[in-house]
Design a protein around this ligand. Structure first.
Ligand SMILES: [Cu+2]
Length: 588
Protein backbone atom coordinates (compact mmCIF):
# COMPACT_ATOMS: atom_id res chain seq x y z
CA UNK A 1 0.00 0.00 0.00
CA UNK A 2 1.25 3.47 -0.87
CA UNK A 3 1.24 5.93 1.98
CA UNK A 4 1.28 9.67 1.40
CA UNK A 5 4.17 10.31 3.78
CA UNK A 6 6.35 7.92 5.69
CA UNK A 7 6.04 7.60 9.45
CA UNK A 8 9.60 8.89 9.88
CA UNK A 9 8.79 11.95 7.76
CA UNK A 10 5.63 12.58 9.77
CA UNK A 11 7.43 12.36 13.10
CA UNK A 12 10.27 14.55 11.80
CA UNK A 13 7.94 17.31 10.67
CA UNK A 14 6.06 17.26 13.96
CA UNK A 15 9.29 17.41 15.93
CA UNK A 16 10.58 20.41 14.00
CA UNK A 17 7.34 22.30 14.45
CA UNK A 18 7.17 21.38 18.11
CA UNK A 19 10.76 22.41 18.76
CA UNK A 20 9.92 25.87 17.45
CA UNK A 21 6.77 26.12 19.52
CA UNK A 22 8.56 24.86 22.63
CA UNK A 23 11.08 27.67 22.34
CA UNK A 24 8.38 30.29 21.84
CA UNK A 25 6.47 28.93 24.84
CA UNK A 26 9.60 29.09 26.95
CA UNK A 27 10.21 32.71 26.02
CA UNK A 28 6.60 33.56 26.75
CA UNK A 29 6.77 31.86 30.12
CA UNK A 30 9.87 33.81 31.10
CA UNK A 31 8.05 37.07 30.37
CA UNK A 32 5.08 36.06 32.51
CA UNK A 33 6.85 34.40 35.41
CA UNK A 34 6.14 37.11 37.94
CA UNK A 35 2.39 36.85 37.37
CA UNK A 36 0.29 35.32 40.14
CA UNK A 37 -1.49 32.13 39.15
CA UNK A 38 -3.49 31.35 42.22
CA UNK A 39 -6.78 33.22 42.09
CA UNK A 40 -10.01 32.64 40.23
CA UNK A 41 -10.26 34.73 37.12
CA UNK A 42 -6.58 34.23 36.25
CA UNK A 43 -4.66 31.56 34.45
CA UNK A 44 -4.05 28.94 37.07
CA UNK A 45 -2.67 25.52 37.74
CA UNK A 46 -3.96 23.39 40.59
CA UNK A 47 -4.15 25.60 43.61
CA UNK A 48 -3.67 24.20 47.06
CA UNK A 49 -2.24 25.18 50.39
CA UNK A 50 0.41 27.89 50.19
CA UNK A 51 3.28 25.40 50.21
CA UNK A 52 1.54 23.17 47.70
CA UNK A 53 0.93 26.15 45.45
CA UNK A 54 4.58 27.14 45.58
CA UNK A 55 5.58 23.60 44.79
CA UNK A 56 3.17 23.46 41.86
CA UNK A 57 4.33 26.82 40.52
CA UNK A 58 7.96 25.76 40.67
CA UNK A 59 7.20 22.68 38.60
CA UNK A 60 5.16 24.63 36.08
CA UNK A 61 7.70 27.40 35.61
CA UNK A 62 10.43 24.84 35.06
CA UNK A 63 8.38 23.28 32.29
CA UNK A 64 6.94 26.58 30.97
CA UNK A 65 3.36 27.76 31.26
CA UNK A 66 0.71 29.42 29.10
CA UNK A 67 1.76 33.07 28.71
CA UNK A 68 -1.72 34.34 27.82
CA UNK A 69 -3.64 35.97 30.68
CA UNK A 70 -7.42 35.76 30.42
CA UNK A 71 -10.47 36.08 32.60
CA UNK A 72 -12.11 32.78 33.50
CA UNK A 73 -15.83 32.03 33.33
CA UNK A 74 -16.57 34.56 30.59
CA UNK A 75 -17.40 32.04 27.84
CA UNK A 76 -20.50 29.88 27.78
CA UNK A 77 -19.84 26.13 27.82
CA UNK A 78 -21.00 24.80 24.46
CA UNK A 79 -22.81 21.49 24.07
CA UNK A 80 -21.49 19.62 21.03
CA UNK A 81 -24.11 19.31 18.27
CA UNK A 82 -25.76 15.93 17.73
CA UNK A 83 -24.49 14.17 14.61
CA UNK A 84 -27.28 13.70 12.06
CA UNK A 85 -27.42 10.61 9.82
CA UNK A 86 -27.44 10.84 6.03
CA UNK A 87 -29.99 8.06 5.80
CA UNK A 88 -31.74 5.29 7.73
CA UNK A 89 -32.38 1.75 6.49
CA UNK A 90 -30.52 -0.34 3.90
CA UNK A 91 -32.64 0.66 0.87
CA UNK A 92 -31.66 4.28 1.52
CA UNK A 93 -27.90 3.74 1.94
CA UNK A 94 -26.14 6.78 0.44
CA UNK A 95 -23.22 4.69 -0.82
CA UNK A 96 -22.19 1.06 -1.06
CA UNK A 97 -20.93 0.14 2.41
CA UNK A 98 -17.27 -0.90 2.20
CA UNK A 99 -16.76 0.87 -1.13
CA UNK A 100 -13.97 3.11 0.13
CA UNK A 101 -10.18 2.84 0.38
CA UNK A 102 -10.05 1.12 3.78
CA UNK A 103 -13.29 -0.86 3.36
CA UNK A 104 -15.52 -2.17 6.14
CA UNK A 105 -15.36 -5.00 8.68
CA UNK A 106 -16.12 -8.49 7.32
CA UNK A 107 -18.60 -8.85 10.18
CA UNK A 108 -20.77 -6.24 8.43
CA UNK A 109 -21.70 -8.96 5.95
CA UNK A 110 -21.90 -11.97 8.30
CA UNK A 111 -23.26 -10.52 11.58
CA UNK A 112 -22.47 -13.80 13.31
CA UNK A 113 -21.02 -14.42 16.74
CA UNK A 114 -17.40 -15.60 16.65
CA UNK A 115 -17.92 -18.20 19.38
CA UNK A 116 -20.86 -19.72 17.46
CA UNK A 117 -21.00 -18.83 13.74
CA UNK A 118 -24.53 -20.29 13.49
CA UNK A 119 -25.75 -17.49 15.77
CA UNK A 120 -26.43 -13.88 14.72
CA UNK A 121 -25.63 -11.18 17.25
CA UNK A 122 -28.59 -9.13 18.50
CA UNK A 123 -29.87 -6.26 16.35
CA UNK A 124 -33.20 -4.50 16.60
CA UNK A 125 -33.24 -1.29 14.56
CA UNK A 126 -32.48 -0.49 10.89
CA UNK A 127 -28.93 0.66 10.30
CA UNK A 128 -28.02 4.32 10.00
CA UNK A 129 -25.43 5.96 7.75
CA UNK A 130 -23.22 8.87 8.71
CA UNK A 131 -20.35 10.67 7.04
CA UNK A 132 -17.69 12.57 8.95
CA UNK A 133 -14.46 14.39 8.02
CA UNK A 134 -11.43 14.92 10.24
CA UNK A 135 -10.29 18.46 9.51
CA UNK A 136 -7.94 21.20 10.61
CA UNK A 137 -9.78 24.14 12.12
CA UNK A 138 -9.01 27.39 13.90
CA UNK A 139 -11.11 27.94 17.01
CA UNK A 140 -11.41 30.21 20.04
CA UNK A 141 -10.50 28.18 23.11
CA UNK A 142 -9.17 31.06 25.21
CA UNK A 143 -11.42 34.13 24.81
CA UNK A 144 -10.22 36.35 21.97
CA UNK A 145 -7.36 34.01 20.97
CA UNK A 146 -7.29 32.03 17.73
CA UNK A 147 -6.00 28.47 18.15
CA UNK A 148 -5.34 25.97 15.34
CA UNK A 149 -6.90 22.60 16.25
CA UNK A 150 -7.96 19.35 14.53
CA UNK A 151 -11.45 18.03 14.98
CA UNK A 152 -14.04 15.59 13.74
CA UNK A 153 -16.25 17.57 11.34
CA UNK A 154 -13.88 20.45 12.14
CA UNK A 155 -15.22 21.03 15.64
CA UNK A 156 -13.76 20.41 19.10
CA UNK A 157 -15.18 18.34 20.70
CA UNK A 158 -16.49 16.47 17.67
CA UNK A 159 -20.24 16.04 17.19
CA UNK A 160 -22.04 13.81 19.68
CA UNK A 161 -23.34 10.55 18.24
CA UNK A 162 -26.59 9.42 19.82
CA UNK A 163 -27.56 5.86 19.05
CA UNK A 164 -29.97 3.27 20.37
CA UNK A 165 -28.86 -0.06 21.78
CA UNK A 166 -28.95 -2.73 19.02
CA UNK A 167 -29.00 -0.07 16.29
CA UNK A 168 -26.09 -0.65 13.88
CA UNK A 169 -24.50 2.44 12.38
CA UNK A 170 -21.87 3.02 9.71
CA UNK A 171 -19.71 6.12 9.89
CA UNK A 172 -17.74 6.83 6.71
CA UNK A 173 -14.86 8.85 8.13
CA UNK A 174 -12.62 10.86 5.80
CA UNK A 175 -9.21 12.09 6.84
CA UNK A 176 -8.50 15.60 5.53
CA UNK A 177 -5.46 16.08 7.80
CA UNK A 178 -1.83 15.03 7.28
CA UNK A 179 -1.93 12.65 10.26
CA UNK A 180 -2.31 8.90 9.81
CA UNK A 181 -5.44 8.54 11.90
CA UNK A 182 -7.33 5.62 13.42
CA UNK A 183 -10.63 6.25 15.19
CA UNK A 184 -11.44 4.31 18.36
CA UNK A 185 -14.90 4.09 19.90
CA UNK A 186 -13.91 3.83 23.55
CA UNK A 187 -16.36 1.60 25.44
CA UNK A 188 -17.86 0.04 22.31
CA UNK A 189 -18.27 -3.65 21.47
CA UNK A 190 -17.31 -3.77 17.81
CA UNK A 191 -15.36 -5.73 15.19
CA UNK A 192 -11.59 -5.34 15.00
CA UNK A 193 -11.59 -3.60 11.59
CA UNK A 194 -13.19 -0.45 12.96
CA UNK A 195 -12.09 -0.61 16.59
CA UNK A 196 -9.22 1.80 16.23
CA UNK A 197 -6.34 -0.66 16.15
CA UNK A 198 -3.43 1.80 15.94
CA UNK A 199 -2.24 0.50 12.56
CA UNK A 200 -5.64 0.17 10.91
CA UNK A 201 -5.45 3.68 9.55
CA UNK A 202 -7.47 6.21 7.74
CA UNK A 203 -4.60 7.51 5.60
CA UNK A 204 -4.64 11.17 4.59
CA UNK A 205 -7.17 11.78 1.83
CA UNK A 206 -8.84 8.39 2.34
CA UNK A 207 -11.91 7.03 4.12
CA UNK A 208 -12.80 4.00 6.23
CA UNK A 209 -16.29 2.71 6.93
CA UNK A 210 -16.55 2.34 10.70
CA UNK A 211 -19.20 -0.24 11.45
CA UNK A 212 -20.53 0.13 14.98
CA UNK A 213 -22.77 -2.81 15.81
CA UNK A 214 -24.12 -1.27 19.02
CA UNK A 215 -24.79 -4.90 19.92
CA UNK A 216 -24.23 -6.74 23.18
CA UNK A 217 -22.64 -10.11 23.80
CA UNK A 218 -24.52 -13.28 24.72
CA UNK A 219 -24.48 -14.60 28.25
CA UNK A 220 -25.45 -18.29 28.32
CA UNK A 221 -27.49 -17.83 25.14
CA UNK A 222 -29.30 -14.68 26.25
CA UNK A 223 -28.27 -11.11 25.33
CA UNK A 224 -26.29 -9.66 28.27
CA UNK A 225 -28.17 -6.38 28.80
CA UNK A 226 -25.79 -5.58 31.66
CA UNK A 227 -23.15 -4.94 28.98
CA UNK A 228 -25.14 -2.22 27.17
CA UNK A 229 -22.97 0.91 27.34
CA UNK A 230 -24.14 4.46 27.83
CA UNK A 231 -21.36 7.08 27.84
CA UNK A 232 -18.79 6.19 25.21
CA UNK A 233 -16.37 8.52 23.48
CA UNK A 234 -14.45 8.37 20.24
CA UNK A 235 -10.94 9.63 19.75
CA UNK A 236 -7.88 9.19 17.57
CA UNK A 237 -5.74 6.09 18.15
CA UNK A 238 -3.19 6.39 15.32
CA UNK A 239 0.18 4.75 15.89
CA UNK A 240 2.74 7.13 17.41
CA UNK A 241 0.61 10.27 17.05
CA UNK A 242 -2.34 9.75 19.41
CA UNK A 243 -1.02 12.05 22.13
CA UNK A 244 -0.64 14.91 19.66
CA UNK A 245 -3.88 14.40 17.71
CA UNK A 246 -5.91 14.16 20.92
CA UNK A 247 -4.39 17.35 22.34
CA UNK A 248 -5.27 19.02 19.04
CA UNK A 249 -8.92 18.03 19.54
CA UNK A 250 -9.70 14.66 17.95
CA UNK A 251 -12.30 13.47 20.45
CA UNK A 252 -16.08 13.41 20.78
CA UNK A 253 -18.92 11.70 22.65
CA UNK A 254 -20.99 8.72 21.59
CA UNK A 255 -24.03 8.28 23.80
CA UNK A 256 -25.98 5.08 23.47
CA UNK A 257 -29.33 4.56 25.13
CA UNK A 258 -30.90 1.10 25.05
CA UNK A 259 -34.52 0.18 25.81
CA UNK A 260 -33.78 -0.33 29.49
CA UNK A 261 -32.16 3.08 29.98
CA UNK A 262 -34.86 4.73 27.87
CA UNK A 263 -37.32 3.19 30.35
CA UNK A 264 -35.55 4.95 33.23
CA UNK A 265 -35.91 8.23 31.33
CA UNK A 266 -39.55 7.61 30.32
CA UNK A 267 -40.47 6.83 33.93
CA UNK A 268 -38.92 10.17 34.96
CA UNK A 269 -36.20 8.47 37.00
CA UNK A 270 -33.20 9.81 35.04
CA UNK A 271 -32.91 13.30 33.49
CA UNK A 272 -33.15 13.45 29.71
CA UNK A 273 -32.43 16.02 27.03
CA UNK A 274 -31.85 18.95 27.51
CA UNK A 275 -30.86 18.15 31.10
CA UNK A 276 -28.44 15.38 30.10
CA UNK A 277 -25.14 17.10 29.35
CA UNK A 278 -21.81 15.59 28.23
CA UNK A 279 -18.79 17.38 29.74
CA UNK A 280 -15.36 16.75 28.23
CA UNK A 281 -12.51 17.99 30.42
CA UNK A 282 -8.97 18.30 29.13
CA UNK A 283 -5.88 20.32 29.98
CA UNK A 284 -3.89 22.22 27.39
CA UNK A 285 -0.95 24.58 27.28
CA UNK A 286 -0.76 27.42 24.80
CA UNK A 287 2.05 29.37 23.18
CA UNK A 288 1.89 33.14 23.15
CA UNK A 289 0.64 33.03 19.52
CA UNK A 290 -2.37 30.93 20.54
CA UNK A 291 -1.04 27.65 19.12
CA UNK A 292 -1.18 24.58 21.34
CA UNK A 293 2.17 23.76 22.91
CA UNK A 294 3.22 20.15 22.49
CA UNK A 295 6.57 18.44 22.88
CA UNK A 296 6.69 15.07 21.07
CA UNK A 297 10.01 14.27 22.75
CA UNK A 298 8.37 14.27 26.18
CA UNK A 299 7.40 10.67 26.88
CA UNK A 300 6.36 11.23 30.48
CA UNK A 301 2.95 12.74 29.93
CA UNK A 302 1.54 16.02 28.64
CA UNK A 303 0.25 18.45 31.25
CA UNK A 304 -1.55 21.68 30.45
CA UNK A 305 -2.23 24.61 32.73
CA UNK A 306 -5.52 25.67 31.13
CA UNK A 307 -8.54 23.41 31.56
CA UNK A 308 -10.77 23.19 28.52
CA UNK A 309 -14.34 22.06 29.05
CA UNK A 310 -16.21 21.13 25.87
CA UNK A 311 -13.53 23.02 23.99
CA UNK A 312 -13.61 26.29 25.96
CA UNK A 313 -11.17 27.44 28.62
CA UNK A 314 -12.87 27.58 32.05
CA UNK A 315 -16.43 28.32 30.84
CA UNK A 316 -19.69 29.03 32.66
CA UNK A 317 -22.97 27.14 32.20
CA UNK A 318 -26.51 28.32 33.03
CA UNK A 319 -28.75 25.78 34.79
CA UNK A 320 -32.27 25.67 36.20
CA UNK A 321 -33.07 24.66 39.78
CA UNK A 322 -33.60 21.00 38.99
CA UNK A 323 -31.68 17.76 38.50
CA UNK A 324 -29.15 17.46 35.70
CA UNK A 325 -27.26 14.45 34.48
CA UNK A 326 -23.66 15.29 33.62
CA UNK A 327 -21.50 12.83 31.75
CA UNK A 328 -17.96 13.67 32.87
CA UNK A 329 -15.05 12.56 30.71
CA UNK A 330 -11.41 13.15 31.53
CA UNK A 331 -10.02 13.60 28.02
CA UNK A 332 -6.57 14.73 29.24
CA UNK A 333 -3.47 12.95 27.98
CA UNK A 334 -1.81 12.43 31.36
CA UNK A 335 -3.58 14.55 33.96
CA UNK A 336 -5.59 12.81 36.65
CA UNK A 337 -8.37 14.90 38.13
CA UNK A 338 -10.55 14.68 41.19
CA UNK A 339 -13.85 16.47 40.71
CA UNK A 340 -15.69 18.14 43.55
CA UNK A 341 -18.42 20.74 43.90
CA UNK A 342 -17.21 23.98 45.47
CA UNK A 343 -19.65 23.85 48.42
CA UNK A 344 -18.69 20.25 49.17
CA UNK A 345 -22.11 18.77 48.42
CA UNK A 346 -21.84 15.20 47.13
CA UNK A 347 -22.72 13.99 43.65
CA UNK A 348 -25.21 11.23 43.00
CA UNK A 349 -23.02 8.82 41.03
CA UNK A 350 -24.85 6.71 38.47
CA UNK A 351 -22.14 5.21 36.26
CA UNK A 352 -18.51 4.19 35.91
CA UNK A 353 -16.92 4.42 32.47
CA UNK A 354 -19.49 3.28 29.89
CA UNK A 355 -21.93 1.55 32.19
CA UNK A 356 -24.69 2.49 34.61
CA UNK A 357 -24.15 1.18 38.13
CA UNK A 358 -26.58 -1.33 39.71
CA UNK A 359 -27.77 1.52 41.95
CA UNK A 360 -26.98 5.20 42.42
CA UNK A 361 -24.29 5.96 45.01
CA UNK A 362 -23.14 9.03 46.91
CA UNK A 363 -19.76 10.38 45.82
CA UNK A 364 -18.10 13.27 47.67
CA UNK A 365 -15.52 13.58 44.92
CA UNK A 366 -14.65 11.70 41.77
CA UNK A 367 -11.12 10.59 40.95
CA UNK A 368 -10.63 10.18 37.21
CA UNK A 369 -7.54 9.11 35.31
CA UNK A 370 -7.26 10.00 31.65
CA UNK A 371 -10.09 8.35 29.64
CA UNK A 372 -12.31 7.61 32.64
CA UNK A 373 -15.95 8.61 32.58
CA UNK A 374 -18.40 9.13 35.41
CA UNK A 375 -22.04 10.12 35.03
CA UNK A 376 -23.50 12.02 37.97
CA UNK A 377 -26.72 13.78 38.90
CA UNK A 378 -26.57 17.20 40.54
CA UNK A 379 -29.76 18.59 42.10
CA UNK A 380 -29.54 22.38 41.75
CA UNK A 381 -32.96 22.82 43.43
CA UNK A 382 -31.15 22.20 46.73
CA UNK A 383 -28.59 24.95 46.16
CA UNK A 384 -29.46 28.28 47.82
CA UNK A 385 -26.62 30.18 46.18
CA UNK A 386 -26.73 31.36 42.59
CA UNK A 387 -23.31 30.00 41.73
CA UNK A 388 -21.57 26.67 42.14
CA UNK A 389 -18.21 25.62 40.75
CA UNK A 390 -17.12 22.25 39.44
CA UNK A 391 -13.56 21.98 40.68
CA UNK A 392 -10.49 19.81 40.33
CA UNK A 393 -8.91 19.26 43.74
CA UNK A 394 -6.06 16.99 42.68
CA UNK A 395 -2.50 18.27 42.49
CA UNK A 396 -0.28 16.95 39.74
CA UNK A 397 3.09 18.44 38.88
CA UNK A 398 4.27 16.14 36.08
CA UNK A 399 3.28 13.19 33.92
CA UNK A 400 4.12 10.77 36.71
CA UNK A 401 0.67 11.07 38.29
CA UNK A 402 -1.07 12.86 41.15
CA UNK A 403 1.21 14.31 43.82
CA UNK A 404 -0.94 13.30 46.78
CA UNK A 405 -2.09 9.99 48.05
CA UNK A 406 -5.20 8.48 46.54
CA UNK A 407 -7.27 7.80 49.64
CA UNK A 408 -5.92 10.15 52.29
CA UNK A 409 -6.35 13.63 50.92
CA UNK A 410 -6.86 16.98 52.68
CA UNK A 411 -10.33 17.92 51.50
CA UNK A 412 -9.87 21.52 52.67
CA UNK A 413 -7.68 22.22 49.63
CA UNK A 414 -9.32 24.88 47.50
CA UNK A 415 -9.87 23.53 44.04
CA UNK A 416 -9.37 24.94 40.56
CA UNK A 417 -12.69 26.03 39.09
CA UNK A 418 -13.35 24.22 35.83
CA UNK A 419 -16.96 25.26 35.19
CA UNK A 420 -19.03 27.93 36.94
CA UNK A 421 -22.67 26.89 37.16
CA UNK A 422 -24.98 29.92 37.19
CA UNK A 423 -28.21 28.76 38.85
CA UNK A 424 -31.39 30.55 37.75
CA UNK A 425 -35.10 30.62 38.64
CA UNK A 426 -37.24 28.79 41.18
CA UNK A 427 -37.16 25.03 41.81
CA UNK A 428 -38.74 23.18 38.87
CA UNK A 429 -41.78 21.05 39.86
CA UNK A 430 -42.13 17.40 38.84
CA UNK A 431 -38.41 16.76 38.70
CA UNK A 432 -37.08 13.26 38.06
CA UNK A 433 -36.71 10.89 40.99
CA UNK A 434 -33.14 9.50 40.87
CA UNK A 435 -31.36 9.62 44.23
CA UNK A 436 -28.81 7.63 46.21
CA UNK A 437 -29.97 4.00 46.22
CA UNK A 438 -32.13 4.20 43.08
CA UNK A 439 -31.86 0.90 41.20
CA UNK A 440 -30.29 1.26 37.79
CA UNK A 441 -28.75 -1.44 35.55
CA UNK A 442 -28.45 -5.09 36.46
CA UNK A 443 -24.90 -6.36 36.91
CA UNK A 444 -23.96 -9.95 36.09
CA UNK A 445 -20.72 -10.84 37.87
CA UNK A 446 -18.16 -13.04 36.14
CA UNK A 447 -17.70 -16.08 38.34
CA UNK A 448 -14.44 -17.66 39.45
CA UNK A 449 -15.75 -20.94 38.01
CA UNK A 450 -15.89 -19.37 34.53
CA UNK A 451 -12.20 -18.43 34.48
CA UNK A 452 -10.26 -20.39 31.87
CA UNK A 453 -6.79 -18.80 32.10
CA UNK A 454 -4.77 -16.41 34.24
CA UNK A 455 -2.30 -13.95 32.70
CA UNK A 456 0.06 -11.51 34.38
CA UNK A 457 0.99 -8.19 32.80
CA UNK A 458 3.66 -5.97 34.33
CA UNK A 459 3.76 -2.32 33.33
CA UNK A 460 7.16 -0.68 33.63
CA UNK A 461 9.75 1.66 32.17
CA UNK A 462 12.73 0.31 30.22
CA UNK A 463 15.09 1.48 27.49
CA UNK A 464 13.85 5.04 27.86
CA UNK A 465 10.27 4.14 27.02
CA UNK A 466 7.35 2.10 28.30
CA UNK A 467 6.86 -1.64 28.23
CA UNK A 468 4.59 -4.47 29.27
CA UNK A 469 6.31 -7.68 30.38
CA UNK A 470 9.64 -6.31 29.07
CA UNK A 471 8.27 -5.89 25.54
CA UNK A 472 7.28 -2.96 23.38
CA UNK A 473 4.08 -2.92 21.33
CA UNK A 474 4.37 -5.11 18.25
CA UNK A 475 1.55 -4.55 15.79
CA UNK A 476 2.03 -8.00 14.24
CA UNK A 477 2.03 -10.11 17.40
CA UNK A 478 -0.88 -11.21 19.58
CA UNK A 479 0.48 -11.28 23.10
CA UNK A 480 -2.66 -12.89 24.50
CA UNK A 481 -5.13 -15.14 22.66
CA UNK A 482 -8.06 -16.03 24.91
CA UNK A 483 -10.55 -18.58 23.66
CA UNK A 484 -13.38 -16.64 22.11
CA UNK A 485 -16.43 -17.03 24.36
CA UNK A 486 -14.34 -17.55 27.50
CA UNK A 487 -13.46 -15.56 30.63
CA UNK A 488 -9.96 -14.93 31.97
CA UNK A 489 -8.26 -13.52 35.05
CA UNK A 490 -5.71 -10.82 34.31
CA UNK A 491 -3.27 -9.52 36.90
CA UNK A 492 -2.27 -5.94 36.04
CA UNK A 493 0.87 -5.09 37.98
CA UNK A 494 2.49 -1.65 38.04
CA UNK A 495 6.20 -2.07 38.70
CA UNK A 496 7.19 1.37 37.37
CA UNK A 497 8.10 3.03 40.67
CA UNK A 498 6.08 6.20 41.25
CA UNK A 499 4.33 6.25 37.87
CA UNK A 500 0.59 5.93 37.37
CA UNK A 501 -0.76 3.84 34.51
CA UNK A 502 -4.48 3.90 33.69
CA UNK A 503 -4.93 0.66 31.73
CA UNK A 504 -7.62 0.61 29.05
CA UNK A 505 -8.75 -2.71 27.56
CA UNK A 506 -10.74 -2.62 24.33
CA UNK A 507 -13.71 -4.80 23.24
CA UNK A 508 -15.62 -5.36 26.47
CA UNK A 509 -15.89 -4.27 30.09
CA UNK A 510 -13.69 -5.80 32.77
CA UNK A 511 -14.67 -6.47 36.37
CA UNK A 512 -12.13 -5.41 39.01
CA UNK A 513 -11.94 -8.08 41.71
CA UNK A 514 -9.18 -6.70 43.90
CA UNK A 515 -6.76 -3.81 44.12
CA UNK A 516 -3.71 -4.74 46.18
CA UNK A 517 -5.63 -7.67 47.62
CA UNK A 518 -8.58 -5.53 48.78
CA UNK A 519 -12.05 -5.16 47.31
CA UNK A 520 -12.20 -2.04 45.09
CA UNK A 521 -14.24 1.03 46.07
CA UNK A 522 -17.89 0.56 45.14
CA UNK A 523 -17.80 2.81 42.06
CA UNK A 524 -15.18 0.50 40.53
CA UNK A 525 -16.65 -2.77 41.78
CA UNK A 526 -18.81 -3.53 38.70
CA UNK A 527 -17.81 -2.70 35.12
CA UNK A 528 -14.87 -0.62 33.93
CA UNK A 529 -12.95 -0.10 30.73
CA UNK A 530 -10.08 1.78 32.39
CA UNK A 531 -8.35 0.25 35.43
CA UNK A 532 -6.30 2.87 37.26
CA UNK A 533 -2.98 1.53 38.47
CA UNK A 534 -1.35 3.76 41.04
CA UNK A 535 2.34 3.37 41.95
CA UNK A 536 3.32 -0.21 42.82
CA UNK A 537 -0.30 -1.27 42.58
CA UNK A 538 -1.65 -4.63 41.48
CA UNK A 539 -5.18 -5.15 40.21
CA UNK A 540 -6.94 -8.44 39.59
CA UNK A 541 -9.62 -8.28 36.94
CA UNK A 542 -12.02 -10.73 35.27
CA UNK A 543 -12.96 -10.22 31.65
CA UNK A 544 -14.90 -12.02 28.92
CA UNK A 545 -13.94 -12.18 25.27
CA UNK A 546 -17.06 -12.52 23.18
CA UNK A 547 -18.69 -11.90 19.79
CA UNK A 548 -15.59 -10.81 17.82
CA UNK A 549 -12.17 -12.19 17.00
CA UNK A 550 -9.31 -9.68 17.07
CA UNK A 551 -6.87 -8.16 16.99
CA UNK A 552 -7.59 -5.60 19.72
CA UNK A 553 -5.23 -3.65 21.97
CA UNK A 554 -4.92 -2.87 25.65
CA UNK A 555 -2.61 -0.11 26.79
CA UNK A 556 -1.82 2.68 29.19
CA UNK A 557 -4.12 5.65 28.56
CA UNK A 558 -1.46 8.13 29.55
CA UNK A 559 -1.23 8.85 25.83
CA UNK A 560 2.52 9.55 25.87
CA UNK A 561 3.05 6.13 27.44
CA UNK A 562 0.75 4.56 24.86
CA UNK A 563 2.59 6.20 21.95
CA UNK A 564 5.90 5.10 23.45
CA UNK A 565 4.80 1.49 23.24
CA UNK A 566 3.08 0.59 26.53
CA UNK A 567 0.54 -1.37 24.49
CA UNK A 568 -0.17 -5.07 23.95
CA UNK A 569 -2.37 -7.00 21.53
CA UNK A 570 -5.03 -9.53 22.42
CA UNK A 571 -6.83 -11.63 19.89
CA UNK A 572 -9.73 -13.88 20.94
CA UNK A 573 -9.46 -17.04 18.82
CA UNK A 574 -11.41 -20.28 18.45
CA UNK A 575 -8.61 -22.58 19.68
CA UNK A 576 -7.38 -20.46 22.59
CA UNK A 577 -6.17 -19.85 25.17
CA UNK A 578 -2.70 -19.25 23.74
CA UNK A 579 0.01 -16.61 23.91
CA UNK A 580 2.38 -14.94 21.44
CA UNK A 581 0.71 -15.85 18.15
CA UNK A 582 0.62 -14.14 14.76
CA UNK A 583 -2.48 -11.98 14.30
CA UNK A 584 -5.59 -13.82 13.13
CA UNK A 585 -6.43 -10.92 10.80
CA UNK A 586 -5.07 -7.58 9.61
CA UNK A 587 -7.17 -4.71 8.24
CA UNK A 588 -4.90 -1.92 6.91
CU1 LIG B 1 1.31 4.81 31.73
Amino acid sequence: MKKSISRRQAIGSISAAAAATTISASLGARRSRTRSRTGRGETSLDSGTRSQRLQAETVVDARTGTPIPFEKFTQEMPIPPVKQPLAVGKPNAPWVVGDCFHGVAPEYFTRTVAEDPTLKYPEKYPEKYYEMRIRDVVGEVIPGVQTPCCGYDGIVPGPTFKSKGLEPIIVRTWNDTHYECSMHLHGGHNPSHGDGYPNFYILPGQARDYYYTNTIPYHHGVPDVGEAPSTMWYHDHGMDVTAHTCVLGMAGFHIQIDDFEQGLIDRNILPSDPYDIPIMIGDKRFNSDGTIWFDPLDHNGYLGDVYCVNGKAHPYFRVQRRKYRFRFLNASNARHIELRLSDGRPFVGISNDSWLLPHAIERDSILMSPAKRADVVIDFSKVDANELYLENILLQGDGRGPDGKLLNRDTQIPGVGLVKFIIEGDPVPGDCSVDVGTELREHIPILESEIEATRVFEFHRRKGAWQINQEFYDEFKSNACPRVGSAERWILRNTAGGWWHPIHIHLESHQIQKIDGQAPPEEWAYKSDVCMLGPNTEAEIFMKFRTFTGPFVFHCHNLEHEDMRMMFVFDPIKDGPKSNQPLSAYYP
